[in-house]
Design a protein around this ligand. Sequence first.
Ligand SMILES: NC(=O)c1ccc[n+]([C@@H]2O[C@H](COP(=O)([O-])OP(=O)(O)OC[C@H]3O[C@@H](n4cnc5c(N)ncnc54)[C@H](O)[C@@H]3O)[C@@H](O)[C@H]2O)c1
Length: 346
Amino acid sequence: MYILIPGGCGFIGSSLAIYLKNNIKNCKILSIDNLSRSTSLLNEKKISNYNIQNLKLNLASKKCLQYLKSLKIKIDLIIDCCSDPSVENSKIMPEYVFDCNLKSTLNLLEIAKINKSKIIYLSSSRVYSIHKINNLFSKVDYKNKLKKKIKINENFSTESPITLYGFTKLASEKLIQEYSYLYKIKYIINRFAVVSGYGQFGKQDQGFVSMWLWRHLNNIDINYNGYGGHGNQVRDILDISDLCNLIREQISKFHKIYDKVFNVGGGLKNSLSLRELSNYCEIITKNKVNIKGKTLNSNYDIRYFITDNSKIYKFYKWRVKKNLRIIISETYSSLIKNKKNLKKIL
Ligand SMILES: NC(=O)c1ccc[n+]([C@@H]2O[C@H](COP(=O)([O-])OP(=O)(O)OC[C@H]3O[C@@H](n4cnc5c(N)ncnc54)[C@H](O)[C@@H]3O)[C@@H](O)[C@H]2O)c1
């Protein structure tokens, strides 16, 4: 089986590339990644240790499309991990983010059309309506409602606003479905919640678990931004190994389960607030950093997200295996391992 992984030098793409190479017989993998993320160069070295080649090309470019068209191999499966995954960047430089997230998907679909490849798309929980999520709670009942275990499933509203980042992800989903209708391209769309774990080197608005750990490790101040500045925003966290297991399962069952959209996340048991994350970080790093509360909300932040994994469980009997404590300590150990290199780029 020949698998193309666009964004194969990112956190998820590189982890998946290595996992699939090690776990699927006769599996050949090609990554295409322009190394635009500062940490992607480290991952390019990592995948090359497993004989996985990366082509440094901009997936949104004509040059890349032409190159892929000229390849003399049949691509059986495309796992699209390419994007600029920052919601804040999508506000600041929308054209760039549209290229990385949407134009790249269009180019990949042209390749899928020629090769009759299947496609697995890594979408995001940010396709859901900001207002509808935030309106699940009033300020007063926020904490009590959390106890009522509200979980968000695939039927939740995608009404705007959803952030420009979320828009590019939802538009990519729609593009895939249009190509599927026209050219019988089989697809699976996974709307992932927050992903973390070994190998994540994160930033403020993307990869916040590892960023939080990094700041504790290096004694850098942290802010709780928005919603009163108390750090009560809640997210569920999925470990990268659970994501990899799921994708492998989806590949093996592609002949009978396809053309579906799934929510996938850490779920209720793996959910935590920023304050709770700070506690975990203090225990693991044995460091306490200054934390300031800032009341100013980003208009792109959401108060809360916990995934309803019922549909993905129904189809694959897939369940989250790694708990929060393990996810956070494994993320920490990869930061420690790469500390010297990361100091130069984070
Ligand atoms: N990490 C998460 O928490 C999370 C959650 C939900 C969905 N996702 C989705 O999963 C995918 C992978 O996320 P990640 O965390 O690994 O991100 P990442 O930033 O680590 O990886 C993305 C990779 O894409 C590459 N890239 C970006 N634009 C490119 C272009 N135009 N041409 C070629 N390469 C390009 C970057 O260099 C980077 O290596 C993304 O599509 C993201 O939207 C991630």
